[in-house]
Write a new protein. Structure first.
Length: 255
């Protein structure tokens, strides 16, 4: 692995699709780790749909992290204005995303900050889903494989979620990636489809923490963070390789 070496434990946050609340989950998980007494930081290496301020792109997802911790207010290495797949947004600006630069992101941006370099937890959020292209040759899956961090997979809890989640889990596992957690976002505990989705996925995905996250108010990261308490408590920080085994005991439905 070429980068992201400062943290003791890393998680790569990806999703089954776009617009499923991946950034909210990342910010809430960041808040949960911080509330547990761990040092943590969130990074967004690639962002599209940036707002231009005085000619400088401002990443909206990073702005969400910064609401939780100013230490995570770190500009992406690749930031583009047009809201689309990274490879296309980059092409509109006559640029090309290089995965080597993404993998060096931590060394390039954070090692100057001793506190950040020594963080116990680094959360790395992708853009869109697993196969979102970065350039004509590579996708975010290539970055995930190179980083080698356990995956936090986000899925919207709705009709079709079972198929989406299982397909994504199959792809990730077939490429040798460990999955730490599946977050079923926007869960309505009064909706029988949401409830049955969670029950079925928990029964099928042994060794993966399945966390049902209800719909929270915007920016209510503190409340959402409580949904991750069991998951964090299950982690073995002294031996991260044992994390998958302990995750099976951490399934929780948000209160």
């Amino acid at each position: 692995m070429m980068g992201f070496k400062g943290a003791r434990l890393k998680f790569f946050v990806t999703a089954v699709n776009t617009e499923v609340g991946k950034t909210f989950v990342t910010a809430s998980l960041l808040r949960a780790f911080l509330q547990s007494g761990r040092t943590a930081i969130a990074l967004k290496p690639v962002q599209t749909g940036c707002e231009m301020r005085s000619g400088v792109p401002v990443a909206p997802d990073v702005s969400e992290y910064a609401k939780v911790s100013s230490a995570s207010d770190i500009a992406p290495i690749y930031a583009f204005k047009f809201p689309a797949s990274p490879h296309y947004s980059a092409s509109l600006e006559c640029r090309e995303i290089k995965t080597d630069e993404i993998l060096k992101f931590k060394a390039a941006r954070l090692l100057i900050d001793a506190h950040s370099a020594q963080c116990e937890i680094t959360l790395i959020e992708g853009a869109g889903g697993i196969f979102v292209p970065l350039n004509p040759r590579e996708s975010f899956l290539d970055v995930m494989r190179a980083v080698g961090a356990p995956i936090v997979l986000v899925c919207k809890n709705e009709l079709g979620a079972i198929n989406s989640a299982l397909c994504s889990v199959y792809v990730l596992r077939s490429h040798g990636l460990k999955i730490a957690a599946l977050v079923l976002n926007f869960t309505d505990e009064k909706d029988e489809i949401c409830v049955s989705n969670a029950a079925y996925l928990k029964s099928k995905l042994k060794g993966i923490s399945v966390i049902s996250l209800r719909k929270f108010q915007k920016d209510d990261f503190a409340a959402a963070a409580r949904s991750f308490e069991n998951f964090i408590a299950s982690l073995n920080f002294n031996d991260p390789s044992q994390m998958d085994a302990s995750a099976a005991n951490s399934n929780k439905t948000a209160a």
